[in-house]
Design a protein around this ligand. Structure first.
Ligand code: ACO
Ligand code: OAA
Length: 369
């Protein structure tokens, strides 16, 4: 007879790692990244500065800030075979799957793939962060029969990313808002995708494999895929009343409403959602059309009243992306591209102080012998 240990479904509250990368301080409503609060940083810093913070452990000086943008741009090119393989994928392929395939191909181009040193891993992290916008955007374009688009190095990292998505040079407001979203998505402690990446890295497997696994994890609608689902839901209706009715119906059918709830924040608002709500307000003001904001706020009030649930980051991020003219199937790939900064930091930390992940089970099946 096996002795049964306590099993926590979904590993809720279980400590899976010791890390100095990040921590959700729910009581203080802070997201601590290498000692700094991400919400505070979002008010004055840019995504590239958070990349430096995550990979180097410090906020960059003015010179380092210029240098990190340069480093990311140096790595914009992707091997042509990635583009060729994307051309071969069926039209219904989701860009997350295109990205997973594209990123996976890069492993074969790494001549020192077995080198797990800090320097080699960091170099790969910068390289991947440089290459991902090209892979992300072209996963969508090429699969849909459009010609690939290539980066414009005279634009900032975020402005170029948005330019490649829309084909238009973005305004300063659009670039600033897109950059803020990348920053907010950059790192978030131990979500399913980060856990996946660390589990893979713990076998001494490489960063390409760890990130490829993380893409698969992030695609699901209980995690990163929720931002696309939120926008499809908003597009089903046109008025506040219709949206309220849609949500009520979902709740009556015991369906999950995408963009609400969070394993760690539980019955509190995700502090990042307050920043994205403000970004939505700015874009509504620009357009002189507040209908999306009004619908989302009505949904927020209803979910609080009916279920005591609050928005997570994906809820307001979706209409912000919509207002920026971003195609819905790119919402989750953009999340992944931004999160690559945090994921790479976790893979590096795992490789630097590794012990293989290998938990046990409580066996509840039959036993005939
Ligand atoms: C950036 C991100 O990745 S954030 C997460 C994005 N995902 C989503 O927005 C998907 C919608 N949300 C959810 O499915 C959940 O809130 C999760 C997956 C995020 C967290 O899940 P868990 O911590 O496992 O909570 P769980 O699913 O057990 O829910 C607890 C209770 O709240 C309810 N609940 C939680 N979220 C929702 C929701 N979005 N809509 C309706 N009910 C919900 C559950 O039905 C359950 O109710 P019950 O106790 O009456 O059965
Ligand atoms: O922390 C989580 O479980 C999911 C999430 O919000 C994120 O990855 O940004």
């Amino acid at each position: 007879m096996e002795t049964k240990e306590k099993f926590v479904p979904g590993l809720e509250g279980v400590i899976a790692a010791e890390t100095s990368i990040s921590f959700l301080d729910v009581d203080e409503e802070k997201i601590i990244i290498q000692g700094h609060d991400l919400i505070e940083l979002s008010k004055s810093k840019e995504y590239a500065e958070i990349v430096h913070l995550l990979l180097e452990g410090t906020l960059p000086t003015a010179t380092e800030k210029v240098s990190i943008e340069g480093t990311l741009k140096q790595h914009y090119d992707v091997p042509e075979v990635v583009i060729e393989v994307l051309r071969l994928l069926p039209k219904q392929t989701h860009p997350m799957d295109g990205m997973r395939t594209g990123l996976s191909i890069l492993a074969g181009f790494d001549e020192d793939i077995e080198d797990r040193t800090l320097a080699a891993n960091k170099k790969r992290a910068y390289q991947l962060l440089g290459q991902l916008p090209t892979i992300t955007v072209n996963s969508h374009r090429i699969i849909h029969g459009e010609e690939p688009i290539y980066p414009q190095a005279d634009l900032s990292y975020s402005a170029n990313f948005l330019y490649m998505i829309t084909g238009k040079k973005p305004s300063d407001l659009e670039t600033a808002i897109f950059d803020r979203l990348l920053l907010l998505y950059s790192e978030h402690e131990m979500p399913n995708s980060t856990f996946t990446a660390r589990v893979i890295a713990s076998t001494n497997s490489d960063i390409y494999g760890a990130l490829t696994g993380a893409i698969a994890s992030l695609k699901g609608n209980l995690h990163g895929g929720a931002n696309e689902a939120v926008m499809y839901m908003l597009n089903e209706v046109q008025t506040v009343e219709e949206f309220e009715e849609l949500l009520l119906n979902k709740l009556q059918q015991k369906e999950k409403v995408m963009g609400f709830g969070h394993r760690v924040y539980m019955k509190k608002i995700d502090p990042r959602a307050l920043i994205t709500k403000e970004a939505l307000r700015q874009l509504c003001m620009r357009d002189g059309d507040y209908s999306l904001l009004e619908m989302c706020e009505a949904g927020e009030r209803m979910m609080e009243r009916e279920k005591g649930l609050y928005p997570n980051l994906d809820y307001y991020a979706a209409p912000v992306y919509w207002k920026l003219g971003i195609p819905i199937p790119l919402y989750t790939p953009i999340f992944f591209s931004a999160r690559t900064a945090g994921l790479a930091a976790h893979v590096i930390e795992q490789h630097s102080n590794n012990r293989l992940y290998r938990p046990r089970v409580n066996y509840i099946g039959a036993r005939y012998a």
